[in-house]
Design a protein around this ligand. Structure first.
Ligand code: SF4
Length: 461
């Protein structure tokens, strides 16, 4: 049932004296749920809504990633298009640079984007088009940043695509200094504004008196990202995709960063407290032209932020905890399987499920690393199966072995759950329901209840 070479990527907590190995290339013969490098880069850059995203390659690559995620925009929606150079056999033989050049001219003239990202797909790497040179020429001609994203699909795993996207994004950061910046400013990295989640978080931060300077991977804008180096702190969710950018910014601009999660009561509250604590502790605040008055000049100390965070959490919990009770009673003793993109989300989900009486019996991710898995293991109960880079056959088998009542995953896991006759909760980027923050926790509990306790499962053998 399981491929021998995948042995180090599967373990049952409490039964084995070893840790799970993450970050390995997918084993041949295992139909991995992971996407390609190009797809990983497209996921990260996609939410920059006023940029042009041009896929340099055959139309299939563009179709595969068309409107790839539910990242919402409060303004322009150029990101939702999937432009492609539509490379054909003649381009493979004679080169596709001319096609790329013409496509960029046409699209920039038509849509007037604030920047353009050009994604190299597998075939571009094979035929050796000089994408960098074409981007440089267009940048000069049109006066906007034109950024090559050299993410040929064959280079590695989806996670390598995240890294390449972070490096492309980093070339944009630090190229503008015209935005007004508060001393209590943060960038949000790794929230993709699915179903408007970023707006929920932004509202929390604003209630505390914190400015969100750039929401880099959700409702993103080129100008905000260009100014992002001036924020006092980078707050990183989905660390698997965005930690690399946070590290680059730390090195280049000295911007400190912290890892958070916005799923579940515990992690959401910790995120607000940790950010408040950062501004409460003595640390250098950004200085320079264009910055707002200092906290002292504004009559504000960082302590105020902590008080506001405490008030916010108290208010939200007063509303939320009683509303969760009926779901908790109905779900007591149910079992869940989790298979998601990154390990931090899996960790938050284990805690959030526990809060509503559900035990996690399978916890896996596509892109976790060995360190992430050590953390995940510590919060899971004995008997929980931990798995890295799984496939449908393994996941189905684990569900049967453990008797899970619920599967939490994405679009590729939904059929597994339904074929096995158990409930399913979409916690990936295609979902239309906000699951972050306090109101997200209530939506999550309601969704889990509705799917697990649906009468439809009585008719499934
Ligand atoms: S693996 Fe290559 S050909 Fe396939 S979608 Fe990714 S970039 Fe395109």
């Amino acid at each position: 049932m399981f491929l021998e070479e995948r042995q180090t990527q599967i373990l049952t907590k409490g039964k084995e004296q070893r840790h799970l190995e993450g970050g390995k290339a997918s084993a041949a013969g295992s139909v991995s749920q992971r996407a390609c490098v190009f797809c990983g880069s497209r996921v990260v850059l996609y939410p920059i809504a006023d940029a042009l995203h041009l896929v340099h390659g055959p139309i299939g690559c563009a179709a595969y990633t068309w409107d790839i995620r539910g990242a919402m925009s409060s303004g322009p929606e150029l990101h939702r298009n999937s432009f492609s150079t539509d490379l054909r056999e003649r381009h493979v033989v004679f080169g596709g640079e001319k096609q790329l050049y013409n496509a960029l001219i046409e699209l920039i003239d038509k849509y007037e984007p604030k920047a353009a990202f050009v994604y190299s797909t597998c075939i571009v790497g094979v035929i050796g088009d000089d994408v960098q040179s074409v981007c440089r020429q267009i940048e000069k001609l049109k006066g906007i940043p034109v950024i090559p994203v050299e993410a040929e699909g064959f280079q590695g795993t989806k996670k390598d695509g995240y890294k390449i996207a972070c490096e492309a994004m980093a070339t944009l950061i630090g190229t503008d200094e015209t935005k007004e910046v508060s001393p209590f400013s943060i960038n949000i990295l790794g929230d993709f504004n699915l179903a408007g989640e970023l707006w929920i978080l932004k509202e929390y931060y604003e209630r505390m008196g914190i400015q969100v300077l750039a929401s880099i991977t959700g409702d993103g804008r080129v100008k905000d990202i260009q100014n992002a180096h001036r924020a006092a702190l980078n707050v990183v969710q989905c660390s698997g995709s965005m930690l690399h950018l946070a590290k680059i910014m730390k090195e280049q601009y000295g911007t400190p960063f912290m890892k958070v999660s916005y799923f579940g009561i515990e992690d959401m509250s910790d995120a607000l407290y940790e950010v408040a604590k950062f501004f409460t502790s003595p640390q250098p605040l950004p200085t320079g032209e264009g910055l707002s008055p200092s906290p002292v000049e504004r009559g504000l100390g960082g302590e105020v932020l902590m008080e506001r965070a405490q008030e916010l959490v108290k208010d939200e919990l007063t509303r939320l905890l009683p509303a969760l009770e009926p779901y908790k009673r109905a779900l007591q003793g149910k079992k869940a399987a989790i298979y998601v993109g990154g390990a931090f989300k899996a960790i938050s989900l284990v805690k959030a499920l526990r809060l509503i009486g559900v035990k996690t019996v399978i916890a896996g991710t596509q892109t976790g690393n060995s360190e992430d898995y050590k953390l995940l293991e510590t919060i899971c109960d004995d008997g929980c199966i931990l798995v890295d880079d799984s496939n449908p056959v393994e996941l189905s088998e684990f569900v049967k072995q453990t008797g899970a009542d619920l599967f939490i995953g994405g679009v590729k896991e939904r059929p597994i759950a339904y074929k096995l006759g158990i409930g399913f909760c979409d916690h990936n980027h295609e979902r239309k329901l906000a699951l972050a923050g306090y109101e997200g926790m209530l939506n999550f509990a309601r969704e889990v209840y509705e799917t697990v306790c649906s009468p439809v499962w009585r008719f499934v053998k």
